[in-house]
Design a protein around this ligand. Structure first.
Ligand SMILES: NC(=O)c1ccc[n+]([C@@H]2O[C@H](COP(=O)([O-])OP(=O)(O)OC[C@H]3O[C@@H](n4cnc5c(N)ncnc54)[C@H](O)[C@@H]3O)[C@@H](O)[C@H]2O)c1
Length: 264
């Protein structure tokens, strides 16, 4: 029970990686604040947390809306009393080839991923600072470390989250707060299944040194490591959890060239 009686806020916890993170912390004794733009799935996650014997607070909140984020954090404080950990997980991936990217697509990715991570981190850190303890874990992506295909604004926003993580590591250290990011490779969730065909996903997996997609539980494991009270000397880091793909490097170049040549 590593997180016994701690309070963990998870954005985008209605499904996928965020849901698994929320349930994993609850299994380790934490009470959870759940925010999602989808109220029904947020409530379903909260119900599962309560079945594990933990308290849950849920709210419909769009992380790109400053006011809704303030309401989420103040509601969690009222219901759960404190904030030990924030996991910035909410996100979207709407692929568009670079020459076809619309202003709306560009803005949506930046607002949800980057502005959302800033709004949530600032609001949670203001509460954490009062108790001189906190852990902020933000879900970035390998797309923030390598050039992604058809996802330029997504990659830019994820690079921004990595930069924001470094800035927070510096400015929040005096308040006992660490800030770290996770850069997942392809993880088997509805998001990636919507963005890639089944064949493309199989091909992607076959190019990873560890020849499979990652599981949501593997990202939850990394989030709990970075959020642990024992990880107080780790701050400003980006933990790559990607089956070795960044280390291996060349997959995207290869895919792009084969596509141009009409082979993929
Ligand atoms: N699945 C992958 O391969 C992968 C890889 C790298 C990074 N990530 C990142 O991990 C995070 C979770 O991804 P996932 O695969 O579980 O996606 P998902 O689509 O399955 O889940 C995302 C959740 O976020 C919620 N959400 C979306 N926009 C929101 C908003 N504006 N405010 C609040 N909630 C919002 C959705 O309703 C959903 O419940 C995202 O930040 C994603 O970019 C995923």
């Amino acid at each position: 029970m590593q997180f016994e009686n701690q309070v963990v806020l998870v954005t985008g916890a209605g499904r996928g990686i965020g849901k698994e993170i929320a349930l994993s912390f609850a299994r380790q004794g934490a009470d959870i604040g759940v925010a999602d733009v989808n109220e029904d799935t947020a409530q379903a996650t909260a119900n599962e947390i309560e079945k594990l014997g933990r308290k849950a607070f849920f709210t419909r909140a769009d992380v790109s809306d400053y006011g809704q984020v303030q309401q989420f954090v103040s509601g969690a404080m009222r219901q759960l009393g404190r904030i030990d950990v924030l996991v910035n997980n909410a996100g979207i991936a709407q692929p568009q080839p670079f020459l076809e990217i619309t202003p709306e697509n560009w803005e949506n990715h930046l607002r949800i991923h980057l502005f959302g991570t800033f709004y949530c981190s600032q609001a949670a850190a203001r509460e954490m600072a009062k108790r001189k303890y906190g852990r902020i874990v933000s879900i970035a992506s390998v797309a923030g470390l390598m050039g992604p295909i058809d996802l330029a604004p997504y990659g830019v926003a994820k690079s921004g989250i990595i930069g924001l993580t470094r800035a927070m590591a510096l400015e929040l250290a005096d308040y006992g707060i660490t800030a770290n990011a996770i850069a997942p490779g392809p993880i088997d969730t509805e998001m990636i299944r919507a963005a890639w065909s089944k064949e493309a996903l199989e091909e992607r997996a076959s190019h990873l040194p560890i020849r499979r997609l990652g599981q949501t539980s593997e990202i939850a494991h990394a989030a709990m490591f970075l959020a642990s009270p024992d990880s107080g000397f780790i701050s400003g880091a980006t933990l790559v959890v990607d089956g070795g793909s960044v280390a291996a490097g060349a997959y995207m170049v290869e895919k792009y060239r084969r596509r141009k040549a009409g082979q993929a």
